[in-house]
Design a protein around this ligand. Sequence first.
Ligand code: ATP
Ligand code: MG
Length: 221
Amino acid sequence: MNQALLRHPHFVSLEGGEGAGKTTAINALRDWLQAQGHEVVLTREPGGTPLAERIRALVLTPDAGIAGEPLTAEAELLLVFAARAQHLSEVIRPALQRGAFVISDRFTDSSYAYQGAGRGLDLQWIADLERRVVGLLPGLTLLLDVDVAIGRARANGRDLWPDRIETEQDDFFQRVRAQFRQRAQDDPLRFRLVDASQDQAGVAHAVTALLAQWMAQEATA
Ligand SMILES: Nc1ncnc2c1ncn2[C@@H]1O[C@H](COP(=O)(O)OP(=O)(O)OP(=O)(O)O)[C@@H](O)[C@H]1O
Ligand SMILES: [Mg+2]
């Protein structure tokens, strides 16, 4: 299925549901890579460029910021891919070309999980968009996996107001989690599953150990 997609060894994504601890874990990865003397670009999706961040606001603001005109699932999918196209050309590809590590807080796997499994859109359509618009896979994807209720409780503790996605019900997030786990199972070369129910220090230790292990493996490949 993914034969047409290029995997870049310096491109790392973090995936997982709400409150899994992605944003927290990413900082540990950056510190570790920088200590090894690497240039690191931390970025996130949807977003990562000024224009893509405006698209993010459309996707995540309740009512897309426009009361009375709900964003359709199809429009949501195309907006996240529009943001991704911009992100790739403005940030990800140039950084990889100059030899930096790129660590992205979410990437295309989130489209399969949220717009595919969550919203019920055709996964094949997402795969087509991935091939035509993205063409690139992370070399390594760390999936921070945690019980939906635990993740949501963490996110609720953090946010004053829930975003458009966070207002969904638990069954939506159960489908999201199941899809992430399925994708990890289907592509064990790229994915590493991290038990995100551990405390923050435990998760930070686990993700840095997995990155170190993977870099060592790449160096001898
Ligand atoms: N392992 C952990 N144990 C307990 N609390 C945590 C842990 N990791 C993160 N948190 C806290 O939970 C909240 C959510 O963490 P974070 O923002 O990193 O999650 P996230 O995966 O980026 O979520 P989202 O998908 O909503 O952006 C934060 O307040 C953070 O401090
Ligand atoms: Mg986050």
